[in-house]
Design a protein around this ligand. Structure first.
Ligand code: NAP
Length: 309
């Protein structure tokens, strides 16, 4: 059974959800934040964030979101552990279910972010946690003086590779095309790391090993030639997929599963707003997510004012 309807529930506690919580708390909406299974969101898995304004020397990702959370709590935001398992937006108040408990809310901000993508090749699932990872910050430490591979050609792949040079004796970046997608700044940095090697026009076909990863078979994307890679770990950095499964049939999503957004943060249901990577296939930056979180909170406040009149 649900209690009285809340003003605002925020799903997700990354930069978008936490900034929404700061603004909504400060506006007196007493927001409830459902933290999700990964409190703090993607910055929890990064090292130094160098491009978030206000931190000229950079700030560690976990520290950034911890500070945001403290700021939200100062303005009365309340945090609940767990993930929303279903929602019902058919009428207002909306229903959000966590575990067996249902919550009613007059407005909602979705900031559930995105999760790392997997390749889907044989051996990947079998060796997850035994040589296959999506988080260099979490697992890089285990590869001191070893050889590791990073899959992907974007900023994340290069960032992971640069971080891994702290431990590994060799880091091989495997990218399926000739040209990298990463920014010039990151490419320059990676180029200057003597421990990083690039295998371009290569795709992983299969991950191999007995108890743990011992290598992979690679296919040349131009010639089709197969070669063997010997390595101790493989880090996937091939982008993210939005966390929108529970919104299917409730909100309009695009072909890739991102929430369709208009006017900055509005979804297809009035009173339901979306902020951050869950509706952003393009920028995917902490600062952009934070900005969208602020917009969503302001819009939620306006919605509540207009509908309570
Ligand atoms: P991304 O830019 O979308 O790059 C994903 C990479 O993975 C691409 O090179 C892509 O190849 C490759 N890829 C995708 N699916 C693949 C598959 N099935 N098999 C093999 N390769 C595959 O994602 P991202 O690197 O996570 O970056 C996301 C956003 O965050 C970007 O806007 C980026 O600038 C930003 N970011 C910034 C920083 C920073 O400023 N320090 C750090 C991290 C991320 P193709 O190139 O062939 O498509």
């Amino acid at each position: 059974m649900a209690d009285e309807a809340k003003n605002l529930i925020i799903l997700g506690s990354g930069p978008a959800g936490l900034t929404a919580a700061i603004y909504a708390g400060r506006a007196g909406l007493a927001p409830i934040i459902m933290e999700g299974m990964k409190p703090g969101g993607q910055p929890m898995g990064t090292t130094m964030v160098e491009n978030f304004p206000g931190f000229p020397k950079g700030v560690l990702g976990p520290e950034l979101v911890t500070r945001m959370r403290e700021q939200a709590e100062r303005f009365g935001a309340k945090f609940l552990a767990g993930d929303a398992v279903s929602v019902n937006f058919k009428k207002n108040p909306f229903i959000v279910q966590i575990g067996k408990k249902e919550y009613w809310t007059k407005s909602l901000i979705i900031a559930t972010g995105a999760d790392p993508r997997w390749l889907g090749v044989p051996g990947e699932e079998k060796f997850r946690g035994r040589g296959v990872s999506t988080c260099a910050t979490c697992d890089g430490f285990f590869y001191r003086d070893k050889v590791v591979a990073v899959v992907g050609g974007g900023d994340s792949a290069l960032e992971e590779a640069i971080f891994l040079t702290r431990f590994a004796k060799k880091v091989i970046i495997i990218h399926r095309r000739e040209a990298l997608r990463a920014s010039r700044f990151m490419q320059k940095r990676a180029d200057s790391e003597s421990r990083i090697e690039f295998y371009l026009n290569k795709e992983i076909e299969k991950i191999e090993g007995e108890k743990v990863v011992s290598g992979a078979s690679l296919r040349d994307t131009e010639t089709g030639e197969i070669s063997n890679l010997v390595c101790d770990g493989i880090f996937m950095a091939i982008g993210h997929d939005p966390n929108t499964k529970i919104f299917q049939g409730q909100l309009e999503l695009d072909a890739k599963g991102y929430i369709k957004i208009k006017n900055g943060v509005e979804t297809s249901v009035p009173g339901v707003f979306a902020a951050g990577d869950v509706g952003d296939p393009h920028y995917k930056q902490a600062i952009v997510a934070a900005g969208a979180g602020a917009m969503a909170a302001i819009q939620a406040e306006e919605f509540l004012t207009n509908t309570s009149a």
